[in-house]
Design a protein around this ligand. Structure first.
Ligand SMILES: C[S@@+](CC[C@H](N)C(=O)[O-])C[C@H]1O[C@@H](n2cnc3c(N)ncnc32)[C@H](O)[C@@H]1O
Length: 268
């Protein structure tokens, strides 16, 4: 098939600038090239004949922008990823917060397809805390949010779950595993862009935030903005859990490291 559209490197760089401003992800230096065929397909499906018109429309057409976002986000996740964080949060931090409150509000941002959220619930069950937590889970990718609510997971995604838990809480399907619907009981999934304005008005404040493996895709300028946003979303004395590659350049005037575990921070 002869392709009508072939994006130039300079056009991909222009699109990278737009994506950085809109969703924070840094694709500069050729990083968008791996998605170029999917972006060209999108342009053809949507009947664009040139890049200028495509970029112009992205600036006001939310449906088109969402289609692009669903192509370029990297959603890798799996159950019990860096599982010591779930042990720390349920064994040490939630009980501490429950000394002064009746329930604990947790934000998982980003949630991708939900494995991290449901991993927290597994550990909350272990410590009998399931009804003491409320989780708000956000992501910008609508396909991932849909998957998170469907609770159907691949063999690879559940590989780290101990076999007794897998047997107890999942139904084996022909090609994957379905988690019990009860895991959604105290969870709300929301379609949110981290860089939306007035996020704390929309979401409220949280005792604990998990933000793992998203900031690695941002440059330092967007990372700085993200740390400030998490600071505003946290209650005083709130805790922030990050992935190991996210914490480079963490703002030391906003967060201090706590000794409980790697990449666990407290709001100053
Ligand atoms: C690699 S996944 C991380 C998932 C999970 N936290 C984990 O550690 O396994 C990164 C997710 O960040 C989301 N994301 C990227 N930029 C975002 C933004 N500006 N607002 C909300 N979500 C975003 C992507 O859609 C993707 O699902």
């Amino acid at each position: 098939m002869i392709r009508k559209i072939n994006l130039k490197d300079s056009e991909l760089e222009e699109l990278s600038d737009f994506l950085k401003e809109t969703i924070g992800i840094d694709f500069k230096g050729g990083k968008l090239k791996r998605f170029s065929i999917s972006i060209e397909n999108l342009m053809e499906e949507e009947h664009f004949e040139n890049f200028f018109n495509f970029l112009s429309k992205l600036k006001y057409d939310k449906k088109l922008l969402q289609k692009l976002i669903n192509i370029v986000t990297i959603n890798e996740t799996y159950f019990f990823r860096e599982k010591e964080h779930f042990e720390i949060v349920c064994k040490n931090i939630i009980p501490l917060i429950l000394q002064r409150k009746n329930f604990v509000k947790i934000l998982v941002f980003p949630s991708s397809s939900g494995e991290e959220v449901y991993s927290i619930i597994f550990f909350a069950k272990k410590y009998n805390l399931e009804d003491k937590i409320k989780i708000t889970a956000c992501d910008i990718d609508t396909n991932m949010l849909k998957a998170a609510k469907e609770l159907v997971y691949s063999k690879k995604s559940v590989a780290n779950i101990p076999s007794d838990l897998l047997e107890k809480y999942f139904t084996k399907l022909e090609d994957g595993y379905k988690l019990q619907d009860s895991f959604k009981k105290n969870v709300e999934f929301l379609h949110v862009n981290l860089f939306e304005t007035n996020l704390s008005l929309k979401l409220g404040k949280f005792d604990i935030i998990f933000s793992r493996n998203m900031l690695i895709y941002f440059d330092n300028e967007q990372k700085d903005k993200a740390f400030k946003i998490f600071y505003d979303l946290l209650e005083d004395d709130g805790y922030l859990f990050m992935g190991h590659a996210d914490v480079l350049n963490i703002k030391k005037e906003l967060f201090e490291k706590v000794k409980l575990g790697l990449h666990v921070y407290k709001k100053i």
